[in-house]
Ligand binder design. Structure first.
Ligand code: MN
Length: 432
């Protein structure tokens, strides 16, 4: 689609839009006031209503089948169709929304019925999530957190062999804008012999990328590394809210449990693998002395093209900043190139034992911190375990999140010779 790189849309708000130009076309599920959930495509400040487009008979063939599946109140069926259908829908949408589209006048005549103002709708989770797995592939996060506990030996010996993960909780995954209630739980105060029960005092966020599984696999039939990226339908932002005090007391020997399962926030738009294709790049070379991945995790193509150059940002807006009319403050800027394992390696590893992945399953990458100050994807890292408060521009400080704090994640791909695309926002405010 190289000739389409600089194409513009007759939907004028799409042109130079930071997130949703013609080149992105992410899918999501929305509802109008009082209306049912349905699938749509973000274009500028509008949502292209797929049901309305089908009613106007704007699609044919494979694109029509894909649009039917994507017009439903959840995208699982669409995800299950796989890459060929996604590409057919993408190309049809591109043709319809391009400024030179022969159908332009007819589509413009359909007005807000076809192109719904984004501000007038509610967004929902894009799919029914059967299972949610959170990985730990951000090596700088793993190192930074490991250092807090084991200064001389931050990474455990399995880290460079195994894409580490734990099974998360799907039922409390929520869409951007959903408030997060501070969890209660057991914590062991420093020096105490027995735990106490009460609200978490060390509530944190984690900057992660979410991965939507497209076509799954049968039980007992692993997805090979060479085919693994074909099983990914798209990506979103993911905030893995974490109660650090609960986590520290409960996590041994089986890993995080209630410290994570009270809430996980996703951005509503599924940015497809196709939209991100121009921003794929080589997996950063492993440092000298690191082991090669085992054979089932190694694929030359994946090493050459399996990484993603995506800029990630964390912003904080406190209740006081809101009252003062201040803009959100950037806490961190990082990048998905900080992943030690590729997305394909995550898929191959998850299924290598015969575990079934299903359409609409969700992976988190794990916190994607960079190596330096200003690139840390959690307060745990920014404050060195709660010891060094973060100074905010209005004079406030934070070690962990307080009532009314709103955390906003954003992401953007930029590359010379390509139109930038973004993910929209992943927001959540802390109650209590
Ligand atoms: Mn996490």
């Amino acid at each position: 689609m190289s000739t389409f790189h600089f194409s513009r849309s007759w939907v004028t708000s799409a042109n130079d839009h930071p997130d949703f130009p013609l080149q992105n076309l992410p899918l999501g599920v929305f509802s109008r006031a009082g209306g049912a959930r349905r699938g749509g495509v973000a274009i500028g400040d509008r949502i292209f209503d797929l049901r309305a487009a089908l009613d106007a008979e704007l699609f044919n063939g494979a694109a029509r089948e894909a649009a039917e599946a994507a017009s439903l109140g959840q995208l699982n069926t669409f995800f299950a169709l796989g890459a060929v259908s996604r590409k057919a829908l993408r190309e049809a949408l591109f043709g319809l929304l391009d400024e030179h589209s022969p159908q332009r006048e007819r589509l413009q005549g359909l007005g807000d019925g076809l192109l719904v103002p984004m501000n007038d709708v509610q967004m929902h989770l894009p799919a029914r999530i059967g299972d949610y797995t959170d990985f730990y592939v951000g090596i700088h996060h793993a190192t930074n957190v490991g250092k807090l506990f084991r200064p001389d030996n931050p990474l455990l010996p399995n880290y460079k062999y195994v894409p580490i993960a734990y099974h998360g909780r799907a039922s409390t995954v929520c869409v951007s804008g959903t408030p997060i209630k501070r969890p209660n739980g057991q914590t062991l105060a420093p020096g105490a012999e027995a735990p106490s029960f009460g609200p978490s005092k060390r509530l944190d966020y984690e900057l992660e990328l979410g991965v939507w599984i497209g076509q799954g696999n049968e039980v007992g039939e692993p997805i090979g590394i060479a085919a693994a990226s074909e099983h990914i339908a798209g990506f979103c932002l993911l905030n893995d809210w974490s109660a650090r005090d609960l986590q520290a007391w409960e996590y041994q020997p089986l890993g995080p449990f209630l410290s994570k399962s009270f809430g996980t926030t996703l951005s509503p738009w599924v940015v497809t693998a196709e939209a991100l294709a121009p921003f794929r790049t080589a997996q950063p070379k492993r440092p000298d002395g690191d082991p090669q991945p085992l054979e089932y995790l190694f694929d030359a193509q994946d090493q050459q093209h399996g990484a993603l150059d995506l800029e990630l940002e964390v912003l904080l807006l406190t209740a006081q900043m809101k009252r003062e009319g201040l803009p959100p403050h950037r806490l961190a800027l990082s990048n998905t190139l900080n992943m030690y394992w590729t997305f394909a390696q995550m898929v191959a590893h998850h299924s290598v034992n015969g575990c079934q992945l299903q359409s609409g399953d969700l992976f988190g990458t794990g916190t994607l911190s960079g190596p330096d100050a200003g690139q840390f994807g959690s307060l745990l890292e920014m404050t060195a375990g709660g010891k060094q408060p973060v100074q905010l521009p209005n004079g406030e400080t934070r070690t962990f999140l307080e009532a009314g704090d709103e955390v906003i994640l954003t992401a953007r791909c930029r590359k010379e010779g390509e139109v930038s695309i973004g993910f929209g926002e992943c927001r959540g405010v802390i109650l209590g």
